[in-house]
Ligand binder design. Structure first.
Ligand code: PXP
Length: 241
């Protein structure tokens, strides 16, 4: 079986730094520890309000990191310009609302079809792999293919919410499984992320078609207790067990 990849999202290192307006903890240090600890990529989300990662973080991390950098960004003209300037290896396009605490849902692909198609085309022209953050819905998988994306990242937030609250998770799991299978079948790389913990990641990683997991908040949270390296290693083992 192919090794499942782990992308480590380090946004919350910047969140802690910004909470005190300090210069520590340094997201670059976290990115380099992630690299050394076997992460397959590092993810940062440059939000329009710059609430965690800042433009200078993106610049320095891109310069120093040797493993691929995945930039999460809203589909805006400003972000497109930044991505083309700094050329991260991957871009994951996400919806963004100013008032949300974290990304709340997948993209509305239908509403902005032509606009998104143009952004994806420009990113790909600059040799940037493009992923779309979507709900586990067949129609969104199909639209992602029509839009020319390389990958879909299936939003696991709802599943994790149900999982943590011990609600009935079966129907959400089936949705993720079915959309992953369909995406793989039509030639899209399948990723998953949002809200994953050791336990929920184990369950989701049983779906063979998912080749990459992007995990942030739980890794940074657990690293308070066991260290970043140990948390990354634990996730790598779990998703490949
Ligand atoms: N994937 C995407 C597209 C996201 O927006 C986020 C949150 O920034 C994640 C994955 C990681 O989610 P979490 O921090 O809950 O692990």
């Amino acid at each position: 079986m192919k090794i499942k990849k782990l992308g480590v999202n380090i946004d919350h290192v910047a969140t802690i730094r910004n909470a005190r307006g300090e210069i520590y903890p340094d997201p670059l240090k976290a990115a380099l520890i992630a690299e050394k600890s076997g992460a397959n990529s590092v993810t940062i989300h440059l939000r329009e309000d710059r609430r965690h990662i800042k433009d200078t973080d993106l610049k320095i991390i891109k310069k120093k990191l040797r493993i691929p950098l995945n930039l999460e960004m809203a589909p805006t003209k400003e972000m497109l310009k930044i991505a083309i300037k700094h050329k991260p290896n991957y871009v994951c396009i996400v919806p963004e609302k100013r008032t949300e605490v974290t990304t709340e849902g997948g993209l509305n692909l239908k509403k902005k079809f032509l606009y998104l198609k143009n952004i994806i085309k420009k990113l790909k022209k600059n040799k940037i792999r493009v992923s779309l953050f979507i709900e586990p819905k067949m129609s969104d998988v199909k639209l992602s293919k029509y839009l020319g994306a390389n990958c879909v990242e299936i939003h696991t937030g709802k599943y994790c919410n149900y999982f943590n609250n011990k609600k009935n998770i079966t129907s959400e799991f089936i949705k993720i499984k079915k959309s992953s299978l369909y995406a793989k079948r039509i030639g899209l790389e399948v990723h998953a992320g949002h809200g994953l913990t050791y336990k929920s990641a184990y369950k989701i990683s049983r779906i063979n078609y998912i080749s990459e997991f992007n995990i942030g908040h739980f890794i940074i949270s657990d690293s308070i207790f066991i260290g970043l390296k140990n948390s990354i290693n634990k996730f790598k083992k779990i998703i490949n067990s």
